[in-house]
Design a protein. Structure first.
Length: 290
């Protein structure tokens, strides 16, 4: 058992799912929890996700050997300030944030350094649902968890957090923080931005033509599923990783402008070529991961 006492600060989908998964895997014993939203605390207690609800982040962390920060990335600094007085010097602090440079900057701003026993981590798992009520015990099985070690890193802390995630069926890989943020700008952050923007555009049209949404089929549902994700969480992620996403968005706008020119110019062979390249690239990707 890696965490005899696990403290989870933030009882949303990822924090609550991690608590559930770690308990089932036998990697966490006693679990304390705290969230600024009393409703999430109530649900987590009612569902048995946590054993006790603390009245503060610091109280939740007292006595814990692993403290997991599972809050929106822009709330990381506030959560660390709140939890700091309750964390034992021997405890491991870790997070689950979708951006890593911003998290490490927040850690350094609160502690004045990068503490050796802080381990920056990002489980690549989730759903479009949010909140403790939607916690999934098997959410992380078969998925990657990215750990981004820093210059002051304690090797034992990294090893223990790696084993923690491997215990719930995840595959742990290590990556440099800037590389992490560039990759996930492309594979996660920009796709969410595009999905939100597309649905917003269609919703504005639907206000005048109410037949649009009722006639949307499976393709619309597949393409727009992630637009049901938490607006607050994705607002924060984009603020924390603005430049890599902006660079990719600029490229995407250029690609769309080219497609518009092809459509208006009747360049159907070129359009077919774009579709074929995209289809083949996706199939190669699926073949690799399967």
């Amino acid at each position: 058992m890696i965490a005899k006492h696990l403290a989870v600060i933030g009882l949303g989908l990822i924090g609550a799912s991690a608590a559930r998964a770690l308990r089932k895997a036998g990697e966490a014993g006693f679990i304390s929890g705290y969230d600024t939203d009393p409703e999430q605390v109530r649900i987590a207690l009612e569902l048995g996700i946590i054993d006790t609800a603390a009245d503060s982040a610091a109280a939740a962390a007292q006595g814990a050997d692993v403290v997991m920060i599972a809050v929106p990335v822009l709330a990381t600094a506030d959560a660390l300030r709140a939890v700091r007085s309750g964390v034992s010097p021997q405890a491991i602090l870790t997070d689950v944030g979708s951006t890593k440079r911003s998290v490490l900057a927040a850690v350094e701003s609160v502690f004045g350094e990068l503490p050796p026993r802080f381990v920056a981590a990002h489980p690549i798992a989730g759903t479009e649902k949010s909140g403790a009520a939607n916690a999934v015990t098997e959410l992380f099985r078969g998925h990657r968890v990215i750990i981004t070690p820093h210059a002051n890193q304690d090797a034992d802390a990294v090893a223990r957090i790696s084993r923690l995630w491997e215990g719930v069926g995840a595959r742990v890989v290590r990556m440099e923080p800037a590389r992490h943020d560039a990759i996930f700008a492309a594979t996660s952050h920009l796709p969410h931005l595009l999905a939100f923007a597309f649905v917003d555009m269609i919703a504005q049209q639907d206000a005048a033509d109410t037949d649009i949404f009722p006639n949307a089929g499976g393709g619309f549902r597949d393409f727009t599923r992630i637009a049901s994700s938490s607006p607050r969480m994705w607002h924060d992620i984009l603020r924390a990783n603005t430049q890599p996403v902006a660079d990719l968005l600029r490229k995407q706008i250029g690609e769309l402008q080219q497609l518009l020119a092809m459509l208006e110019g009747g360049e159907w062979d070129r359009i077919y070529g774009v579709f074929e390249r995209a289809r083949d690239a996706r199939e190669r990707h699926l073949a690799r991961i399967e």
